[in-house]
Design a protein. Structure first.
Length: 374
């Protein structure tokens, strides 16, 4: 028989008591979390992402501790000089590094603080950099083989399923890799801390602070940088794979200025010389405002006949949004089985601007054929 679960009230008292206990204790390793954030914060220059420079900084601090007698002021001066030399004076990044220098000056006021700073670089920042590099920056390699096989079997009818499968398979595969890396880093850091505990150079709370700081920093960097970029690239990739699989010719990646102006990822060049801009996103979110405010002059200037937006999660769509996009020569594609499409599929006013995802390739071929006959 397992243990009887504790009542919620009893558990709450336990957690509240432990929280007050931790809050009342003073651990210098609480600064591990804050030092890690400072070093990778773009407002402070993001120098923590440069592993080579970080390892050099660790060496510099080690030399400072080897000096007899140890001089904290001299050590801090050396750190400041080193950080200021990383970027050319007078640049925007150099100004940000100066803010980092000022911030560190306020946080490091004892030899122990400097030891914790060195520990942060050596056991949190550099390992996180190395582990993050192992996390896929794109879901493409994980999902493409499976998706091409499925398209080969099911054809155009499988289009909606394929995009959803790509999205899910890629995300799950990438996140499994993330889990492997964070557990790897956690295990290595835990062993280091266990050795330090045996040496009695730290206390248990210090180890707890360091471990949780590592996990928080790893997750923060994944959620702020790696995942959003990967999500965007992933669905850009699936658009290209679909077009390539169905032998749609004359498509290319949209240049950056076209991406930002029209919210599209790919351009399909028609025989007439005009182009269709295509994007594939999970949701439109705020992007719909830009997609809905394109005027004919802007579109004509870039030789864009229409913009097509493939949306895998249409929960934030409304008829008003679709109509606004349609007025700007846009078309919205959503999963055939989605509630939004089922609700509005028979609306004659939306039939040309709200389309089922399964018709995407067929509509492209029709657009190409119609201009070939001109």
């Amino acid at each position: 028989m397992g243990q009887t679960p504790k009542p919620i009230a009893e558990s709450r008292i336990l957690y509240e008591g432990e929280s007050k206990f931790v809050d009342a204790l003073d651990s210098p390793f609480d600064k591990v979390y804050w030092f890690a954030r400072m070093l990778v914060n773009s407002e402070f220059g993001g120098i923590g992402g440069k592993s080579r420079e970080m390892l050099q900084l660790v060496q510099l601090i080690s030399l400072a501790f080897d000096a007899v007698p140890f001089d904290l002021a001299a050590a801090l001066t050396g750190i400041k000089v080193f950080l200021r030399r990383v970027h050319k004076p007078g640049t925007k990044v150099a100004a940000k590094i100066e803010r980092l220098v000022e911030e560190l000056d306020a946080w490091i006021d004892s030899p122990k603080d400097l030891q914790v700073f060195k520990f942060t670089i050596e056991h949190v920042i550099v390992p996180t950099n190395l582990l993050i590099d192992q996390v896929p920056s794109s879901d493409r390699e994980i999902a493409e083989t499976m998706i091409r096989a499925y398209l080969g079997e099911e054809g155009e009818a499988a289009l909606a399923s394929v995009i959803e499968m790509w999205d899910k398979a890629g995300r799950m595969g990438s996140m499994r890799t993330e889990r492997v890396q964070v557990v790897t880093g956690f295990r290595i850091l835990r062993k280091t801390l266990e050795e330090m505990l045996e040496e009695q150079s730290i206390k248990q709370l210090d180890a707890d602070q360091a471990l949780t700081a590592f996990v928080q920093e790893f997750e923060r960097r994944l959620s702020r940088g790696v995942r959003p970029a990967r999500a965007g690239r992933s669905l850009e990739d699936v658009t290209g794979v679909i077009l390539d699989h169905f032998e749609v010719e004359d498509f290319s990646d949209a240049p950056d200025h076209v991406k930002s102006a029209f919210e599209v990822d790919k351009l399909i060049t028609l025989p007439s010389g005009w182009r269709i801009g295509v994007s594939c996103k999970r949701t439109l979110r705020e992007r719909w405002k830009q997609a809905a405010t394109l005027n004919a002059g802007i579109l004509d200037e870039s030789r864009i006949k229409s913009t097509w937006h493939v949306i895998t999660l249409p929960g934030d769509l409304s008829v008003a949004k679709v109509e606004a996009i349609g007025e700007s020569r846009g078309v919205v594609y959503v999963p055939d089985s989605s509630h939004f499409y089922q609700m509005h599929a028979n609306n004659p006013e939306l039939s040309t601007i709200l389309r089922p995802m399964s018709s995407f390739v067929r509509d492209i071929r029709s657009a190409v054929e119609s201009t070939e006959s001109l």
